[in-house]
Unconditional design. Structure first.
Lengths: 113, 109
């Protein structure tokens, strides 16, 4: 039982490049989330998926797109990376309908130059 | 979701109880209080949550005041491994959690 896994662990991009961050969970959770954390700051919600087939915007969705590929996988795409998107990205999952515990992955450290 | 206020940092001696306060004076009746922690640069870890009653699990206890405007997370016997940033979050009825900047708890040997 790996929990929540994220790939890659580290990435360096040039401004304007695109990339997709991958997230997968093996806990059969319905809900999945993408957060970003800037240095010295708390986490901010980018997008979430309450259940397979649905996605919704969080606090800071601009510049990102998401895909809930199936129940296990939730990807985050940066179409045209900007230095302001340099951050640590965390994926999380939780059961829907009453369970509030979110399980987090180890994070992806992204630098955009 | 209600805003929470936490002290930016606290110290605690190893082996003693750590009491972390949180103010959530604008919390509404159907909003929960959640506590998470983040050790170094790892992903956050769920600790405990509650609505009205005090709660206890194997990690910690959560004491919520009767008016629900504040709460305290208690780590009964802090260890060096409990050094982390602790986040108090109010809300999340839709499973959306809004993290603030938290309290950095430093457990001293």
């Amino acid at each position: 039982n790996a929990g929540v896994t994220q790939t890659p662990k580290f990435q360096v991009l040039k401004t304007g490049q695109s990339m997709t961050l991958q997230c997968a969970q093996d806990m059969n959770h319905n809900s999945m989330y993408w957060y970003r954390q800037d240095p010295g700051m708390g986490l901010r919600l980018i997008y979430y998926s309450a259940s397979e087939g649905t996605t919704d915007k969080g606090e800071v969705p601009n510049g990102y797109n998401v895909s809930r590929l199936n129940k296990r996988e939730f990807s985050l795409r940066l179409e045209s990376a900007a230095p302001s998107q340099t951050s640590v990205y965390f994926c999380a999952s939780s059961e829907a309908g009453g369970t509030h515990e979110q399980y987090f992955g180890p994070g992806t450290r992204l630098t955009v130059t | 979701d209600a805003k929470t206020t936490q002290p930016p940092s606290m110290d605690c001696a190893e082996g003693r109880a750590a009491n972390l306060p949180c103010n959530h004076s604008t919390i509404s009746g159907n909003e929960y209080v959640y506590w998470y922690r983040q050790i170094h640069s790892q992903g956050p870890q769920y600790i405990i949550h509650g609505l009205k009653n005090n709660e206890t699990n194997e990690m910690a206890s959560l004491i919520i005041t009767e008016d629900r405007k504040s709460s305290t997370l208690i780590l009964p016997h802090a260890t060096l491994r409990d050094t982390a940033v602790y986040y108090c979050i109010a809300g999340g009825a839709t499973n959306k959690l809004i993290f603030g900047t938290g309290t950095l708890l430093a457990v001293q040997p």
